[in-house]
Design a protein around this ligand. Structure first.
Ligand code: DUC
Ligand code: ZN
Ligand code: ZN
Ligand code: ZN
Length: 468
């Protein structure tokens, strides 16, 4: 069974050139310059003229069905991966959770049970270690060796929930150094933040915007620096800072990278486009829609400018979504009268490819860098390359045809995520996802969904191939 994507402009991390892409079964069979494409009998042809052909995007930070603050993220693996596909994302890496008090294998089994047979696109897992002790440290080895999980997330935030203290972090980093895995860090000083939250509530400052005001950039920077130091002391464990939002934290990452360290960071579209002022300007309790951690930063500080620059210098290697959707009604509303009870998270798995393409249109990123930050580097960083993240013979045929002459208007009326609002309501993008192919199967064409749940398979991952 052949599929020929004809007449398009192929964009990869290393170049832009006209090429036809031939797919055989689930794999890419070859790329041909247009005048040398051989006739392929019986091939289904997709006309990509005037359009870009890019590797299916890889979102390495999602939270389908994450339990949080007495509720759970509103996208299931089924609804969330369908929305991902609509937005051109053909691989997700979600965070399996060891809850505090739970055993790691039990947490992992629960995550497999949520995802198995329900996904529309391929998926892998990182593991959140919610309790670092002798048993969970040993489990890290097993996960690397036999479960295809080569990255572990720790939290310097959320005391009492996911939090690890510095000693626990150091021990987990030493274990990761020994087994070759990556430590992913939620870098915010949660102990200090909890003091600020308590003081704000005592003053009667209960509105959503206080979420951001009690999580100052300096406490993200401090935790980022501390994580970098601990990784150094552990023996230069590879370290990946998640959802970086503050200029000061970016400076810490850049300084570590300038000394040659394996320190990496991602940011997310919400930090590139949304600000604290969006939250401040929202009427009543509506600001809860923009509550996420790390928080949105003020437009009166240079965070967004610096994040775009960090994407160009590779001090920010990846854009992922931290997709963690909660409905306004009954979920965000849990924080009415107390901002600290608003479930943290913004849903955006559907919009990352478009929002970053707008960065290309605005002259902030090259086409190659667009593809690199949303597909190629995520695959390399987390042991999925060259199966994912590249258009090359032998790679999975995960392909997006992107129309630079199309238009996307983001709205709750048209999105496919299981959310009753959109953090990006009314945003317009000068480009549009046209056709989405996962392992040779057309999932999205002409705005219609042709996939079926269960098509998406679990991806055991290898060690990172991005290290210096
Ligand atoms: N941040 C969020 O916004 N949601 C879930 C967890 C996190 O760290
Ligand atoms: Zn986090
Ligand atoms: Zn630098
Ligand atoms: Zn997250």
């Amino acid at each position: 069974m052949y599929l020929l994507i004809k007449g398009g402009t192929v964009v990869t991390a290393t170049g832009v050139h006209p090429a036809d892409v031939l797919v055989e079964g689930e794999k890419i069979a070859g790329l041909f310059s247009p005048d040398s494409t051989p006739p392929v009998e019986g091939a289904q042809v997709i006309d990509a003229s005037g359009k870009y052909v890019i590797p299916g995007a890889v979102d390495v930070h999602t939270h389908m069905e994450l339990p949080f603050g007495g509720t759970a993220a509103s996208d299931t693996f089924e609804t969330g991966t369908r929305a991902a596909a609509f937005g051109g994302t053909t691989t997700i890496v979600d965070f399996a959770v060891q809850r505090t008090g739970e055993r790691v294998p039990d947490g992992l089994a629960a995550w497999h049970a949520k995802a198995d047979g329900n996904c529309h696109v391929d998926y892998g897992f990182h593991m959140i270690i919610g309790g670092v002790d002798d048993e969970s440290l040993k489990a890290m080895d097993t996960l690397v060796d036999t479960e295809g999980i080569s990255s572990f997330k720790l939290f310097m935030a959320y005391p009492g929930v996911f939090y690890s203290d510095d000693g626990q972090i150091l021990r987990a980093m030493q274990k990761a150094r020994d087994n070759g895995s990556m430590i992913m860090m939620h870098a915010e000083n949660g102990i200090a933040i909890d003091v600020l939250i308590g003081q704000a509530l005592a003053r009667g400052e209960t509105a959503p915007v206080n979420h951001g005001l009690t999580r100052p950039a300096e406490l993200e920077a401090e935790a980022t620096r501390r994580a970098i130091s601990l990784a150094h002391v552990a023996g230069d464990t590879p370290l990946y800072i998640v959802h970086l939002s503050a200029s000061q934290a970016l400076q810490a990452v850049a300084a570590a990278r300038d000394t040659g360290r394996n320190v990496f960071a991602e940011t997310c579209p919400q930090y590139l486009y949304l600000t604290l002022e969006d939250q401040l300007g929202a009427p009543g309790f509506e600001g809860a829609k923009w509550v996420c951690s790390t928080p949105l930063r003020s437009k009166h500080e240079p965070h967004q400018r610096d994040l775009w620059q960090g994407l160009r210098t590779n001090d920010l290697a990846i854009v992922s979504t931290d997709h963690c959707p909660f409905c306004f009604k009954d979920q965000k509303e849990l924080g009415l009268g107390d901002f600290s009870k608003i479930p943290n998270g913004i849903g955006g798995v559907e919009h990352r490819v478009d929002l970053l393409y707008q960065g290309v249109v605005d002259g902030k990123l090259s086409l190659e860098r667009w593809v690199e930050t949303i597909a190629t580097t995520p695959a390399r960083m987390f042991g999925l390359y060259p199966r994912k993240g590249v258009l090359a013979p032998g790679s999975d045929a995960d392909i997006v045809v992107y129309d630079p002459n199309g238009r996307t208007r983001i709205s709750v009326e048209t999105h496919h995520m299981n959310m009753d609002h959109s953090a990006y309501e009314g945003y317009e993008i000068a480009g549009k996802v046209d056709t989405v192919i996962s392992r040779g199967t057309v999932l999205v064409a002409n705005n219609e969904f042709h996939g079926h749940k269960g098509h998406g398979r679990y991806l055991p991952r290898g060690l990172s191939t991005y290290l210096q």
